[in-house]
Design a protein around this ligand. Structure first.
Ligand code: NAD
Length: 419
C-alpha cells in the first residue's frame, strides 16, 4: 500500500506504459510522447453562491491522445480531484478506447469540488461555467465528455444546453450519457454492469469451466455492482456475497439481487439483507467464491490480502481495484485477473453507441444497442485471450491488454506521421 500511496496515479500509469513499451520494443521518443497528454486545460470556475458569496473551484480537461479519433472520457466532480489524477485517467481512457476498437482517443475532465456541499442551483451554475471555460476544445469530432463520479445525465443536459447556447451548434453528439429526451439511450444506465457480466461469463468459460452455478462475490453494490450481479444471475451464476460502504452479507445458498437492491434503497445498505451472515468488506474480499468482482474503489486488493483471496477468477468492475503487488501475487498464484480497461469498458461502448446513434439520426433500438455492446465486449475479450496465449503467456492479462492497446495507438501515430 505504501508504494501505491507514495507514487501518484499518473506515475503508476507511466511505469506501466514503460513496462509494456519494453515488451513491444518501443523507443524512448515514442514512450515520452505517449506519457504526456496532447493538451491539458486548467480553468478557474467562479459561481455566486446562494449565500451571495463568490465560490471558486479549479477544473481540468486532459486530452491525452487523439491518434485514433476524438478525445473521449468522463468528467468527475470530487473534492480530491487533481491535475495528476485527471491526466492519468485520460491516459487510461486512451488504452480502454483502443482496446475496444472504438474510434476515439482518450480524455478526462474533473472539477475539484464536493458536490454534496452545493445546492442544485449552484451545481447547475458550476456545470455551465465549466463548459463556458472549455467549450472551444469540445465537439462531437473533437472531444466528447460523459458522466463519471458524481456527475450524471442531468449534468450532461446542463453541459449540452450551455454548449448549444454559446456555439449555436445544435449537436447532441458532443456529450454522451444524456437523458433519453436529449438523445441518450436507455441501455447506457446499465451498460457497464452488462459489460462486466458479459466479460465474466467469457472469462469463466476459459478459466473456471463456465458461469452457470459459479459462486460470485461483488464488492460495491452501486451502478456497476448491482447490474453486473443482475445480469450474472440471469446467466445462471449464484451471487453469494454483496457489500457496500457499510459492510456486506454472505449467503452460500444465493442472494436475490432484486431483493438486495430493494433493501439497499429502503434501508440504505445491503447489510440489512435478512438471510445470511454479515461481514466486513475485508472479510468479503477473502471469502470463498469462484468469481470475485471488486466494483467499488481502487487499491482494495493489495499485498496484504491478495495471498488470502479464495476466488479462482477476478473481474475488475471498478477502476484500479488491484495494486501492482496484488497483480504479481495473483500471477504467481495462477488466478486470472481480467483488467479494468476491458472489464468495465461497457460504459464507454454504451457511450459510443449513443454518439453513433446521434450522428446517424436516432435509428438504433435499445435491443440493437444492447447487442452491439455485448458483441463488442465479447470480441475484445477473445482478441485479448488469443493474443495473451500466443504472444505474452508469461505475463498477466493486464499487461497483454495494455500491449494490444498501446500497439494500436502507436501504429495509428506512425501511419499519420506523428511518430
Ligand atoms: P456507485 O457510486 O454507483 O457505487 C459504488 C458502490 O460502492 C456503492 O454501493 C458504495 O456504497 C460502495 N462503496 C463505497 N465505498 C465502499 C467501501 N469502502 N467498501 C465497499 N463498498 C464501497 O459507483 P459506480 O458507478 O458503480 O462505480 C464503481 C466503480 O466502477 C468506480 O471505480 C468507477 O470508477 C468504476 N466505473 C464505473 C463506470 C460506470 O459507468 N458507472 C464505468 C467504468 C468504471
Amino acid at each position: 500500500m505504501e508504494e501505491v500511496l507514495s507514487s501518484s496515479l499518473y506515475t503508476q500509469q507511466v511505469k506501466k506504459l514503460y513496462k509494456v513499451g519494453e515488451l513491444l520494443g518501443l523507443d524512448n521518443e515514442t514512450l515520452e510522447t505517449l506519457s504526456q497528454p496532447e493538451r491539458i486545460i486548467q480553468v478557474k470556475i467562479q459561481i455566486r453562491g446562494s449565500d451571495g458569496k463568490l465560490k471558486t473551484f479549479m477544473g481540468w480537461r486532459s486530452q491525452h491522445n487523439s491518434a485514433l479519433g476524438p478525445y473521449k472520457g468522463g468528467v468527475r466532480y470530487h473534492p480530491n480531484v487533481t491535475q495528476d489524477e485527471v491526466e492519468a485517467l485520460s491516459m487510461i481512457m486512451t488504452w480502454k478506447n483502443s482496446l475496444l476498437l472504438l474510434p476515439y482517443g482518450g480524455g478526462k475532465g474533473g472539477v475539484r469540488v464536493d458536490p454534496k456541499k452545493l445546492t442544485r442551483e449552484e451545481l447547475e451554475q458550476l456545470s455551465r461555467k465549466y463548459i463556458q471555460a472549455i467549450y472551444k476544445y469540445l465537439g462531437s469530432e473533437l472531444d466528447i465528455p460523459a458522466p463519471d463520479v458524481n456527475t450524471d445525465s442531468q449534468t450532461m443536459a446542463w453541459f449540452l444546453d450551455e454548449y448549444i447556447k454559446i456555439t449555436g451548434k445544435v449537436d447532441f453528439a458532443v456529450f454522451t450519457g444524456k437523458p433519453v429526451e436529449l438523445g441518450g439511450i436507455g441501455v447506457r444506465l446499465y451498460s457497464t454492469g452488462l459489460g462486466v457480466a458479459t466479460i465474466a461469463k467469457e472469462a469463466a468459460n476459459k478459466f473456471i469451466g463456465g458461469v452457470e452455478e459459479a459462486r460470485v462475490i461483488i464488492q460495491g453494490f452501486g451502478n456497476v455492482g448491482y447490474y453486473a450481479g443482475k445480469f450474472l444471475s440471469e446467466m445462471g451464476a449464484k451471487i453469494v456475497g454483496v457489500s457496500d460502504s457499510k459492510g456486506g452479507v454472505i449467503n452460500e445458498k444465493g442472494i436475490d439481487v432484486g431483493k438486495a437492491i430493494e433493501i439497499k434503497e429502503k434501508t440504505g445498505s445491503v447489510i440489512n439483507y435478512p438471510e445470511g451472515r454479515k461481514v466486513t468488506n475485508e472479510e468479503l474480499l477473502i471469502s470463498d467464491c469462484d468469481i470475485l468482482i471488486p466494483a467499488a474503489l481502487e487499491n482494495v486488493i493489495n499485498k496484504f490480502n491478495a495471498p488470502k483471496v479464495k476466488a479462482k477468477l477476478i473481474v475488475e468492475g471498478a477502476n484500479g481495484p488491484l495494486t501492482a503487488d496484488a497483480d504479481e501475487i495473483m500471477r504467481q498464484r495462477g488466478i486470472a485477473v481480467v483488467p479494468d480497461i476491458l472489464a468495465n469498458a461497457g460504459g464507454v461502448v454504451g457511450s459510443y453507441v449513443e454518439w453513433a446513434n446521434n450522428k446517424m439520426g436516432e435509428i438504433i433500438s435499445d435491443e440493437e444497442a444492447k447487442k452491439l455492446i455485448v458483441d463488442r465486449m465479447n470480441n475484445a475479450f477473445n482478441t485479448l485471450y488469443d493474443y495473451h496465449q500466443k504472444k505474452l503467456e508469461d505475463h498477466d492479462l493486464r499487461t497483454a491488454a495494455m500491449a494490444l492497446a498501446v500497439d494500436r495507438v502507436v501504429r495509428a501515430m506512425k501511419a499519420r506521421g506523428i511518430l
